[in-house]
Design a protein around this ligand. Structure first.
Ligand SMILES: *[C@@H]1O[C@H](CO)[C@@H](O)[C@H](O)[C@H]1NC(C)=O
Ligand SMILES: *[C@@H]1O[C@H](CO)[C@@H](O)[C@H](O)[C@H]1NC(C)=O
Ligand SMILES: *[C@@H]1O[C@H](CO)[C@@H](O)[C@H](O)[C@H]1NC(C)=O
Ligand SMILES: *[C@@H]1O[C@H](CO)[C@@H](O)[C@H](O)[C@H]1NC(C)=O
Ligand SMILES: [Cu+2]
Length: 677
């Protein structure tokens, strides 16, 4: 559900990020304010722009530069080699049509302009959602309904929701709006007013359907409070002593949008749809004295959040959050010391508003060093007489974080780089449940055979069952672009009779290179197998192919029927892992036009082509999945539930790459029990 957007300018960056004006933009730099203004001006030469003329900017971002040009620019030591042409990719709504426009910055002209004739609609803008909900608030039949229910209009908040797709042939840009009743609460999403169907046509900006079934009780406002200032004692444990300080400042450097830390170097940018985008990540290898490529580009591609209540008020809640609402557009300003630890550096998110003018989310991204008390590696050698040796290195990593608040849920998305070569992507779910009002306050009241589609989490309040699927697009380039995907199955063997052994079995590995897309679709949890992206053209001294392995998190697959509409649209969840050959237009796993999409432009459809993927430029897709049966602890706000995965070097280095990490100086240990002997 789309949140009410108030972009509040609270924190200015507490750390200036150096950016020299003479430096040409890096090919992956997000569009600047100046560039966004230029895009608008260039388009304005051809079209009258702005909502007044029914011409709105739904997406403005970087037009993906040609990969081969980026790579030759990046690898060239010659500073005179020009970066690839810098262009903007723009999706607009122009009088009921969706238009894709490419603007070139050096020539300052439109170089491509075409009308999208396929299915689905562009991402909703914040402005049009606000206009739609304001419209509903003023809509007479709606006001009458609110009064008839004995509610006060001043306490009603209207939010917007996409409609999904359920087999309709025409998919106009319609949204459903859902009213909530605050009545003294600030926890909007816990107080839905159910039983109304209110549809707004975004192009016409008018209410096209209104129906009130006058059903359902309202959940009580009591117990929904989450602001510390309003909560009453007794309070829980104080944690402020756990906040770490870095007296000598952070250990990383940011130049423009290039981040350098320990042995890592990567580009970090913001996209209104993906949120954080990591590109050209490479790691310094001491053995060869150079940086080696790992990840050409990695980012969130889509999220899918279907709710499991098929009734009128709920069936359509099947969000594709990044495509519907923009995972960058919904990013919120991060608070120093609490959203990100001491020493964090913040970056703003700049994007185009609906009229094409620049808007800003201050402190949308933070970058910080993380030490969670873990051990990077250690060994105590105690076998040698009269000698005990201990070597330990603490595990410190670098994190780039964004928090996307899509209505009720807050998604914490972390990209974590480790000196050992691992990259970890993590998603934390927190915020507020989407809830359904019921008559019940106790499970004993539920009628026999009735499915309440969730858990009673408070008086008259059911937290509805749902999933969260979060898919990442990972364009890995392991030591170069041409890579292969190896499924290394671990299989049980009987001990051969010919060997004199009391053992009856053992396991061994049976690597198999996937030749086509079909061979690379993986449902996790069915077999013991290692999933490795290798560079078959590069081997270690010992002949092993250099690679990176996927260490997946807990596996969750789809539970909806394959012929159910939401599942057709989000068919990228049918497998946990997919490999596709690189294609610059295959970026959004649920389709470029996700709102009301019909599933004809998804990763699952692209993969049907069953292209060859051996020794080719590959893209890995991985979905973090959660089946969420709400529990009482998730009310009134939910403690963070985390998931993630790791990309870990596998025969990429000749040896432990952090062997020579300098030890940390010893300080006195404090004993927990006073010594008395
Ligand atoms: C914009 O669209 C609305 C509804 O389709 C129409 O009434 C209006 O005349 C249009 N405005 C312009 C400037 O074309
Ligand atoms: C609104 O709040 C008042 C005061 O707490 C309460 O008496 C009333 O029942 C509430 N109304 C609804 C519909 O929750
Ligand atoms: C709700 O209100 C009742 C009556 O005022 C009170 O006894 C109860 O403790 C409240 N519950 C919560 C969770 O605040
Ligand atoms: C790239 O992907 C698009 C969308 O799936 C497809 O239409 C196009 O043919 C692909 N290009 C190549 C070279 O495979
Ligand atoms: Cu959930």
């Amino acid at each position: 559900m789309a949140r009410l957007h108030f972009i509040i300018l609270i924190f200015s960056s507490i750390f200036a990020i150096s950016s020299s004006s003479i430096r040409p933009p890096h090919p992956f730099d997000a569009l600047t304010r100046t560039e966004l203004k230029l895009v608008r001006n260039v388009i304005k030469k051809t079209y009258p722009v702005g909502p007044k003329y029914n011409f709105t900017f739904q997406y403005v971002g970087l037009n993906e530069p040609d990969k081969s040009l980026v790579l030759s620019w990046h690898s060239s030591p010659d500073l005179n080699v020009k970066p690839p042409p810098r262009q903007a990719f723009v999706i607009v709504r122009d009088n009921g049509k969706t238009r894709e426009i490419v603007v070139d910055f050096s020539s300052r002209v439109i170089i491509s302009d075409k009308i999208h004739v396929g299915k689905g609609n562009p991402t909703l803008t914040i402005d049009e959602q606000e206009a739609a909900t304001a419209l509903v608030h003023k809509f007479k039949p709606f006001r009458d309904s609110i009064r008839r229910r004995g509610l006060k209009l001043s306490e009603v908040v209207v939010t917007s929701s996409t409609m999904g797709w359920f087999g309709e042939t025409k998919t106009k840009r319609l949204i459903k709006t859902i009213p909530f009743y605050l009545n003294g609460s600030v926890n909007t999403y816990l107080r839905p007013i159910e039983g109304m169907t209110i549809i707004v046509n975004l192009d016409k900006m008018m209410v096209t359907k209104f129906k009130d079934r006058f059903t359902s009780p309202l959940p009580k406002a009591n117990g929904t409070e989450f602001r510390f200032s309003k909560l009453k004692p007794p309070f829980g444990p104080a944690l402020q002593n756990a906040v770490l300080f870095q007296p000598s400042g952070p250990g990383f450097k940011i130049e423009g949008h290039i981040v350098r830390w320990a042995n890592w170097e990567f580009h970090l940018s913001f996209d209104v749809r993906a949120g954080i985008v990591i590109s050209l990540a490479s790691i310094f290898d001491m053995d060869v004295n150079k940086y080696r490529q790992v990840l050409y580009k990695g980012h969130l591609s889509e999220m899918f959040i279907p709710y499991m209540d098929p009734t009128d008020d709920w069936y359509f809640i099947t969000y594709l959050d990044c495509g519907d609402f923009g995972c960058g557009q919904c990013a919120v300003s991060l608070e120093p010391y609490t959203d990100c630890p001491a020493g964090a550096v913040f970056m703003d998110g700049i994007f185009a508003g609906q009229d094409g003018t620049p808007a800003k989310i201050p402190n949308a991204i933070c970058i910080f060093e993380k030490y969670a008390g873990d051990i990077m590696w250690r060994h105590t050698e105690a076998e040698i007489p009269n000698l005990e040796i201990t070597e330990v290195r603490p595990d410190v990593s670098l994190v780039a974080r964004i928090v996307t608040t899509v209505g009720n849920y807050d998604y914490i998305v972390d990209y974590e780089f480790k000196p050992s070569g691992s990259i970890k992507m993590g998603v934390g779910l927190t915020g507020v449940l989407e809830i359904k009002p019921v008559e019940y306050i106790h499970t004993s009241e539920i009628k026999k055979g009735e499915d309440i589609h969730g858990t009673i989490v408070a008086d008259n309040t059911v937290g509805v069952n749902h999933d969260h699927f979060v898919i990442f697009r990972l364009d890995l380039d392991i030591d170069g672009s041409d890579n292969s995907f190896v499924r290394n199955e671990l299989v049980t063997k009987r001990a051969p009779e010919s060997v004199n052994t009391p053992r009856r079995s053992y396991w061994t590995s049976r690597p198999k290179t996937a030749k086509t897309e079909a061979e690379a679709r993986v449902k996790l949890g069915l077999k013991a197998e290692e999933l490795v992206v290798v560079n078959p053209n590069r081997k270690t001294k010992h002949g092993n192919e250099v690679g990176y392995r996927l260490l997946h998190g807990s596996a969750a697959g789809p539970l909806l029927a394959q012929d159910d509409y939401p599942q057709i649209r989000a068919a990228f969840t049918n497998y946990n892992v997919w490999i596709t050959p690189y294609n610059r237009s295959e970026v959004w796993a649920g389709g470029l036009y996700a709102d009301r999409s019909q599933g004809d432009d998804t990763l699952a459809v692209w993969s049907e082509r069953n292209r060859k993927i051996e020794n080719k430029d590959l893209v890995m897709w991985y979905t973090i999945g959660f089946h969420h049966v709400p529990s009482q602890e998730d009310y009134p706000t939910m403690p963070t539930l985390s998931g993630g995965f790791e990309l870990r070097p596998t025969n990429f280095f000749e040896r432990n790459p952090v062997l020579k990490t300098k030890p940390v100086k010893l300080t006195t240990a404090r004993k927990c029990i006073p010594k008395d002997d």
